[in-house]
Structures are given as structure tokens and as C-alpha cells.
Design a protein around this ligand. Structure first.
Ligand code: SF4
Length: 388
């Protein structure tokens, strides 16, 4: 096993209408103090976690950090020197052999000097917030970039030696039609990023668009959001076109050319340990999960006065661990190995799958169970709920 590190950068240039993340639009003057706080949290994490009641397993002492993920927010807004400073703090604090360092970047933030500095800092994987190739959809959702920015950014990244890119697309954006979705997929496939994430629009009250949809209003182009059935069709079309273009569908939302699965995210799905640093970042030791407070100004202040930023701490019981195995296992198309779970948890969970198997929602292959491909567009939370 190895250790992953996630760094949360909760700043954006604007608030996209569908976004339900804890991110803020702040003056760039707040970036440097935030980065200083993250560096300090990394270097002093042991003492602060101890103060919060976190008990780190001794086995973690020998783990090597091999993946780092800068997520947000829009971490590509930071000065590259800030990113390098946080990577230096990781290298100085942990045993590390960084094999995969990912930066989430919005297309309009990619410039030659920045890209060269990212590569020099060891950032060789860019998770690109493309979302759509339709300017109508991008404009309606408040995105800062346009289709042309995607085409402008790619050669800049390649010139800097960064070829390992992942593109995000969202099915279900306002004004999306079957034709515009097909076109976004075609353009993406032409650009051939090694990794692709396909998300379905989330409707919840945490975003402007979601809350407008829930109350039946028309602001934020809510009346132009495709139906659930159209979204499911879009997802299935993505599966078909991406498979034909040589992408393996390996997780509900993720597709990769051979050898380009996300090493960092795999740790989340396999319940491997990771530390999260920054406001709102989550961590998992294998035994406990904890999360930092969300407000970035409070976070900076808390770190400055030597306190712990941890706000929630939970020790995972055996039954919770098993629930997590089921939920995360069914997200992966390789499925769940019931024999392995029986060895670890000492109980047979065959019975829990029978109803779903009978209704054709699950497939079984020896001791492996997995979601039936034609039902992948249904949230796997629904499946897990039905197994309880
Ligand atoms: S750029 Fe990403 S994190 Fe920032 S507001 Fe838009 S969707 Fe949310």
C-alpha cells in the first residue's frame, strides 16, 4: 500500500451555477496566506491530528507518498511557486516517490509560463475542467472558458511536456441536446486525452441551478435542463463512443486508455489511506475518517494560532467498513470480490445481493459481483440502499 495526499484549493474566479462545492471567489491577495497555512498544516500534521483525537496507525509511518492531487476550486489559479512550495512541504515531511501529481486546471488559466512551471515542479497530470464543447452550455452555466480555450490550451500543455490529461464532461447541462452532447464527445475523442470523467448534473439545493430546479423556477436556464431520461441516454452514448475509441470504462464516472487509470482516485475506491490538507479536506487512515472545517479564512486563522483544523472525526466500525466496501466496490466495473470480503470481515454477504441479482441489476461471475452495464446510469447509492 502507499499513501495519497489531497490538497484543497477552495478558490475560483466565479461561481458556476451547478456547483455545490465549498468554494469562494476571493481576492488573489488571500492565496499566499492560504498556501502558507497548508504548508504549515502538512509539516505539523502529526501534532494537530493528535490534538483532534486522531490515532494514526503505526503502519502509516512506513508508507510512501506516491500520489498528490491538487483539487478545488481552481488550483491552477495559484502562482506555480505556491504549488511547488506545497509539494516541497510534502517531500520534506513524508517519505515520497511522487509517481502521479495531478492539478485540476480550467482551460482559460493555461498559459505557457505556468505550464512550464507546473512541469518543472513535477506536475505531469492535468485534470481539465472542460465540461462541454458548446459555448451556449458553457455560458449558461457561468463557466469562464469557451470552446476555443480548450483548443488553445492543449498545445501549450504539450509544449511543456504535459501529455497526461483528463477531461471532465457533464451530461445534463442547460441547453444540452443529443446533438450537442454527441458533438462534445466527438471533439473530446479527436483531442484524445488519455483519461475522461463523465459526470451527470447533480440536482441539489447546494447549487444555484439545483435549488432553482427543485423549486420549479426558470432562473439559471433551469427550464432548459434535459430530463433524467435524456441524461441517462447521454451517459450510455458516452460509454458507447468512448469504448469504440479505446477507452476502458473502469469506474462509474471514469474512462481511461490502457495504463492511464487515476492512481490517486483508486485509493479512494479501494479504501486505501490518504491525507487531505486545506479547508474542507477529507482524510482516511484506514481506521478513522476526518474532515477539516470548510471556511478558508477560519482555516488560515486556526492554523496560524496553532490549533487543529479538524472539525469532524469518525472511527469506522466494522459494519460501516463493509458498507463502504459495497458502495465503493460497486462503483468500480471490476466489481466486488465476495471471497475477499468474507476473508476480511468473516461473514458471508451473499444474501444481500440476491434481490438485486434476481431483478437483473447485478451480474455474478464466480465470486465477483458487479453492476449490470445497462444499469450503470442509476446511482449506485440506490443499489446499496436496496441491499440494506
Ligand atoms: S470552477 Fe469548479 S469548483 Fe469552481 S465554481 Fe466552477 S464548478 Fe465549482
Amino acid at each position: 500500500m502507499s499513501l495519497g495526499i489531497y490538497i484543497q484549493v477552495p478558490f475560483c474566479q466565479t461561481k458556476c451555477t451547478y456547483c455545490n462545492f465549498h468554494t469562494g471567489v476571493v481576492s488573489s491577495a488571500r492565496f499566499a496566506p492560504y498556501v502558507t497555512a497548508v504548508q504549515r498544516e502538512i509539516r505539523e500534521h502529526r501534532a494537530r491530528l493528535c490534538n483532534a483525537g486522531v490515532t494514526l496507525p503505526t503502519s502509516l509511518d512506513s508508507e510512501i507518498v506516491d500520489t498528490v492531487y491538487f483539487g478545488g476550486g481552481t488550483p491552477s489559479l495559484l502562482d506555480p511557486a505556491h504549488l511547488l512550495g506545497m509539494l516541497d512541504a510534502i517531500r520534506e515531511t513524508f517519505r515520497s516517490e511522487l509517481r502521479e501529481v495531478t492539478l485540476e486546471a480550467d482551460p482559460e488559466t493555461v498559459e505557457p509560463q505556468r505550464a512550464a512551471a507546473w512541469a518543472a515542479a513535477g506536475i505531469k497530470r492535468i485534470s481539465f475542467g472542460v465540461q462541454s464543447f458548446s459555448d451556449i452550455e458553457l455560458k449558461a452555466t457561468g463557466r469562464m472558458h469557451r470552446r476555443a480555450d480548450i483548443y488553445r490550451a492543449m498545445p501549450i500543455l504539450h509544449e511543456a511536456g504535459i501529455f497526461n490529461t483528463s477531461f471532465d464532461l457533464i451530461a445534463g447541462l442547460p441547453h444540452q441536446t443529443p446533438e450537442s452532447w454527441h458533438n462534445s464527445l466527438d471533439e473530446l475523442i479527436q483531442l484524445a486525452p488519455p483519461h475522461v470523467s463523465i459526470y451527470l448534473l447533480e440536482v441539489d439545493e447546494g447549487s444555484h441551478l439545483g435549488s432553482e430546479l427543485l423549486r420549479g423556477g426558470t432562473k439559471y436556464s433551469a427550464s432548459a435542463v434535459p430530463s433524467d431520461d435524456a441524461m441517462a441516454e447521454s451517459y450510455n452514448l458516452a460509454r458507447t463512443l468512448l469504448a469504440a475509441a479505446g477507452y476502458e470504462h473502469y469506474e462509474i464516472s471514469n474512462f481511461a486508455k490502457p495504463g492511464f487509470n487515476s492512481q490517486h482516485n483508486r485509493k479512494y475506491w479501494r479504501r486505501e489511506p490518504y491525507f487531505g490538507f486545506g479547508a474542507g479536506a477529507h482524510s482516511f487512515s484506514g481506521l478513522q475518517r476526518w474532515a477539516n472545517a470548510h471556511d478558508s479564512a477560519d482555516y488560515v486563522q486556526t492554523i496560524a494560532v496553532g490549533k487543529t483544523p479538524v472539525e469532524q472525526l469518525e472511527t469506522i466500525s466494522t459494519s460501516q467498513a463493509l458498507e463502504e466496501e459495497l458502495f465503493l466496490g460497486l462503483r468500480q466495473l471490476a466489481g466486488i470480490d465476495l471471497g475477499r470480503l468474507q476473508d476480511i470481515y468473516g461473514m458471508s454477504i451473499n444474501d444481500r445481493f440476491q434481490t438485486l441479482e434476481t431483478s437483473g441489476l447485478l451480474e455474478r461471475d464466480g465470486s465477483i459481483v458487479r453492476l449490470a452495464p445497462r444499469h450503470l446510469s442509476i446511482s449506485n447509492e440506490v443499489f446499496v440502499e436496496r441491499m440494506r
